[in-house]
Design a protein around this ligand. Structure first.
Ligand code: AMP
Length: 176
């Protein structure tokens, strides 16, 4: 999948100094690449009878939606606080500086459902881990974590694997 790498736009020092931002809009706006991404992620999970695909706010939504459609699964969204209209459960998680919170509707997942979560990129893994916690609080079973990009040097995917979660990515970088 290294040719996917050539299509990612890297923006140095955005949104702040020291971050090499991986901009996936250049992948999505290319029809063949967009299709390849969704099809490749679907391939990982196609035999698993997934009930729900959870998309993480906001770029995760863009991949989770067509993936849910393709896997014949329901779509669930996990959002930053104050965006979901119905009753929610929430999970706090640690960022490099400070904390953040993710929320999910209380009726988004039913007990025993097989669930995968999707984001564009895994860095420290905090966002994905918080989402796994939300899924499990509602009784869902996490069948995997899917992303386009893994940054293994930040150890997020390792943390998730150590907890027993299967992590599937299409591209990985050895350094910033
Ligand atoms: P983390 O919780 O540290 O794994 O961070 C993952 C979340 O932050 C994902 O939702 C990504 O969209 C975003 N993110 C973190 N680092 C980057 C990066 N270098 N480029 C693009 N998005 C990033």
């Amino acid at each position: 999948m290294d040719n996917l790498k050539n299509k990612i736009r890297e923006v140095q020092d955005w949104p702040k100094k020291g971050i090499n931002f991986k901009d996936i809009t250049t992948l999505l706006q290319d029809k063949d690449t967009f299709k390849k991404i969704v099809d490749s992620l679907a391939e990982f999970f196609k035999d698993e009878k997934i009930d729900k695909v959870v998309g993480i706010d906001a770029r995760g939504f863009l991949i989770a939606s067509p993936l849910a459609y393709k896997l014949n699964a329901g779509l669930v969204i996990v959002r930053k606080p104050g965006k979901l209209p119905f009753s929610t459960i929430q999970q706090e998680y640690t960022l490099e500086y400070g904390k953040d919170v993710l929320q999910m509707h209380t009726d988004a997942i039913s007990r025993g459902e097989k669930v995968i979560l999707i984001d564009d990129l895994i860095a420290t893994g905090g966002t994905a881990m918080a989402t796994c916690n939300l899924i499990e609080k509602l009784g869902g079973k996490v069948a995997g974590v899917g992303c386009i990009i893994d940054l293994p040097f930040l150890s997020g995917s390792k943390k998730l694997k150590d907890k027993g979660y299967e992590v599937k990515s299409l591209i990985s970088y050895d350094s910033e």
